[in-house]
Design a protein around this ligand. Sequence first.
Ligand SMILES: Nc1ncnc2c1ncn2[C@@H]1O[C@H](COP(=O)(O)OP(=O)(O)O)[C@@H](O)[C@H]1O
Ligand SMILES: CC(=O)N[C@@H](CCC(=O)OP(=O)(O)O)C(=O)O
Length: 305
Amino acid sequence: MTDIQDTPAEVAAQKATTLIESLPWLKKFRDQIVVIKYGGNAMVSEELQDAFAQDIAYLRYVGVLPVVVHGGGPQISNMLQRLEIPSEFKGGYRVTNTEAISVVRMVLTGQVNPQLVSKINSHGPIATGLSGEDAGLFGGRRRGVVIDGEEVDLGRVGDVVEVDPTPVLDHLAAGRIPVVSSIAPDLDHPGQSLNVNADAAAAALAVSLHARKLVILTDVPGLYADWPNRDSLVSHLTSEALVEMLPKLESGMIPKMRACLDAVEGGVDAAAIIDGRVPHSVLVELFTSKGIGTEVVLGKNEVTA
Ligand SMILES: Nc1ncnc2c1ncn2[C@@H]1O[C@H](COP(=O)(O)OP(=O)(O)O)[C@@H](O)[C@H]1O
Ligand SMILES: CC(=O)N[C@@H](CCC(=O)OP(=O)(O)O)C(=O)O
């Protein structure tokens, strides 16, 4: 932290320390694909969106290959409310009827996606919008959810069961940042779309791209082992420990931690949950030794506070 009495030379030395700390991480992530999931709860202010767009542009200009997958849960809820369409969550997933799916698609692909693309493009003509429905990117299949041992129908909600990464790879090869919305065509009902949880979509894409890292931004500092006890924040855990913890998790954390597990089991080196309310948390996670939030890696049972 810069002190008011610091001399210009001291201030310069502190800045140099921060910059040089990033060197091993710049080397590690250069030319590597990093999938970043931007959740609707981390988009709540203009300032946060601007800081996020700066981070993504920064990554691209230092030679990382960022791919953004975004959600927009609160934005969908607002629109459904305005249109007086009832909406509820079961097991962390939105129950989505035929009326609701068109609103989900309109908000994600028609509103949140171009807004994010335009913010990133204020730094240069580098970002391009994609939906999971474009050029065969995602293929989805309906899913329900098991609550208290009973299968509950979620309507037009699905899992990404197929990914063709070609459209994303084409954009990366052209030097662009793909920004992807989490809608998938329903493979069993041609012409219909499915609402896919954005954490799950990001994990499926990260696996298919052989990404080096998956980073998920949310509105908490990370995973709490004993939620809501604020002293139980986990900084690092292995896939085996996460498998044990999953059945005890609640609501929004279920799809998020499931996504981290799927990513590392699918060959992604590491997956992290970070606090998107902290400006520039993406850069801190990727380019500092300690990072920020909770990191998951493949391995035997181990949890670090
Ligand atoms: N064990 C846990 N650790 C951290 N947060 C948890 C936990 N269990 C439930 N939560 C809740 O999950 C929320 C994040 O999920 P969600 O609201 O779906 O976020 P997003 O919109 O970023 O995808 C947190 O704000 C918190 O209220
Ligand atoms: C099936 C399901 O729940 N889909 C989510 C898709 C958006 C999303 O995941 O947004 P966040 O990342 O902001 O939570 C929804 O309808 O809210």
